[in-house]
Design a protein around this ligand. Structure first.
Ligand code: HEM
Ligand SMILES: *[C@@H]1O[C@H](CO)[C@@H](O)[C@H](O)[C@H]1NC(C)=O
Ligand SMILES: *[C@@H]1O[C@H](CO)[C@@H](O)[C@H](O)[C@H]1NC(C)=O
Ligand SMILES: *[C@@H]1O[C@H](CO)[C@@H](O)[C@H](O)[C@H]1NC(C)=O
Length: 389
């Protein structure tokens, strides 16, 4: 190990800094209307669009979120300032109004909202036919929600083919539809192009996949790698000085995998709206303690320093507590899930049993060795108080 002490410290500080910053950072959208959290505003399936592509369209006055799945089902949430009587979104073949079909949403003076399809057969009010058109709604009911000064329109459509670079018509009107359904003309309208296919790959992971990856990384990080690193520190101390490098790099990797698990867990909590407080609390505590451990490398006093024994003591115990809580939280996690993933359970069972056996065997070996040594030489106490006066 030719790494100098100061560059090692620098590296660890950088890592600690980056992991703290990285944990706090969330992807930020470019505008206020794209930043709103749909989960608090709309019911599923529209609430799941929060993390998806959001484009600001029509002079940045509207935000357009969408998700197209593999079955050509497109979920759309459009939001804009609620100062118009109606907002329409049309799907056009050629970018023009005539011949296309549109979804129009409005809010009555008494707050009652409505949404209807119109077939745009001509540019005269009488040629805009209510409840007609090519658009096929799915079983998910459309929603129209006023939240603050924004109007949110969510709906889901089944298209016969997948949408690619699609002309989208937008229009706003100044009066609500008439009782017979006819729509007063818009006061403003535009055509914009949305690339629907480019984002198909950014499909969010299914909650079940998230669960599996979360559990997998948690088991590897907190259940296998970090405990293994602790075993190295406790039972392979005679391999001076390589034990320390092995220990710290193994903990490093374990902590990294653990961070991945926690960030997937956070995502999962948001996606499924989980109320699983104990698990979350223990998870963050483990993260905090383990972070403390990793970052302690920075402040490790030299081995001849008087403070070193306190440091060692704190380091051992924080580490042990973090490990026990981490393993415990895996059990808690398994307890909280509805769907049984047996491969994960079995995998964890095997690794837990291995860990347990390793601890028992290594501890027994160590005791025996210590007994042997004690009979030869009088061992100094583990935490000896050096009085230099
Ligand atoms: C030491 C840290 C953690 C460990 C060891 C851990 C472990 C686990 C395990 C093994 C599962 C079951 C996996 C499966 O379903 O196959 C699970 C489920 C879960 N974990 Fe964690 N986890 C930790 C931290 C977190 C954190 C920080 C969060 C969120 C902030 C979180 C959120 C969840 C959620 C939402 C589930 C699914 C529960 C449900 O289905 O309702 N976990 N966890
Ligand atoms: C719309 O059509 C009706 C009858 O078809 C006609 O009387 C009216 O003038 C037309 N309006 C416009 C704006 O073209
Ligand atoms: C989706 O669209 C593609 C063409 O864009 C088509 O080949 C496929 O059959 C469609 N799938 C469904 C389920 O409609
Ligand atoms: C309506 O059109 C005018 C003129 O093109 C434009 O200045 C205005 O910003 C538009 N309003 C909206 C809400 O887009």
């Amino acid at each position: 190990m030719a790494v100098s002490n100061s560059s090692k410290k620098l590296l660890f500080s950088l890592f600690c800094f980056l992991s703290i910053v990285g944990f706090k950072l969330k992807p930020t959208a470019s505008s206020a209307t794209c930043r709103s959290n749909l989960r608090a505003i709309l019911p599923p399936p529209y609430s799941d669009l929060s993390s998806l592509t959001c484009a600001l369209i029509w002079q940045q006055k509207f935000s357009f979120r969408f998700f197209q799945d593999r079955e050509n089902v497109t979920t759309i949430v459009l939001s804009g300032k609620h100062d118009h009587k109606w907002i329409g979104i049309g799907f056009s073949r050629n970018g023009r109004m005539v011949g296309s079909s549109a979804v129009v949403a409005w809010v009555e003076r008494d707050g009652v909202s409505g949404l209807r399809q119109y077939h745009l057969e001509g540019k005269n009010m009488s040629r805009v036919i209510p409840n007609k058109g090519d658009l096929r709604f799915t079983t998910a009911s459309p929603v129209v929600v006023v939240h603050g000064d924004l109007l949110y329109i969510g709906f889901q459509l089944q298209f016969p083919t997948s949408l690619a670079y699609q002309p989208i018509l937008l229009a706003i009107g100044s009066a609500n539809p008439l009782p017979n359904g006819l729509l007063p003309k818009h006061i403003n309208s535009t055509t914009t192009y949305i690339e629907f296919s480019a984002h198909q790959k950014t499909q969010p992971m299914e909650p079940n996949d998230l669960r599996r990856y979360h559990g997998m990384t948690a088991i590897i990080g907190w259940g296998v790698v970090t405990p293994a690193g602790l075993l190295v520190a406790r039972y392979f101390r005679h391999m001076e000085p390589s034990w320390y490098y092995i220990h710290s790099s193994v903990q490093f990797v374990g902590f990294f995998v653990g961070i991945i698990s926690i960030s997937i867990g956070r995502n999962l909590y948001q996606r499924i709206g989980a109320v699983f407080l104990a698990h979350k609390f223990i998870g963050y505590t483990v993260f905090f303690l383990a972070g403390l451990e990793v970052c302690q490398f920075v402040g490790r006093p030299p081995s001849d320093s008087k403070r070193r024994q306190y440091w060692n003591f704190a380091h051992y115990w924080v580490g042990r507590i973090a490990m026990v809580m981490g393993v415990m939280n895996i059990f808690v996690g398994f307890h909280g899930i509805a769907a049984n993933d047996w491969t994960l359970r079995i995998g964890f069972g095997i690794s837990f049993a291995t860990l347990l056996i390793a601890v028992i065997v290594l501890e027994a070996l160590r005791r025996r060795e210590n007994d042997l040594q004690e009979s030869i030489v009088d061992q100094p106490p583990v935490f000896q108080v050096i009085d230099k006066r």
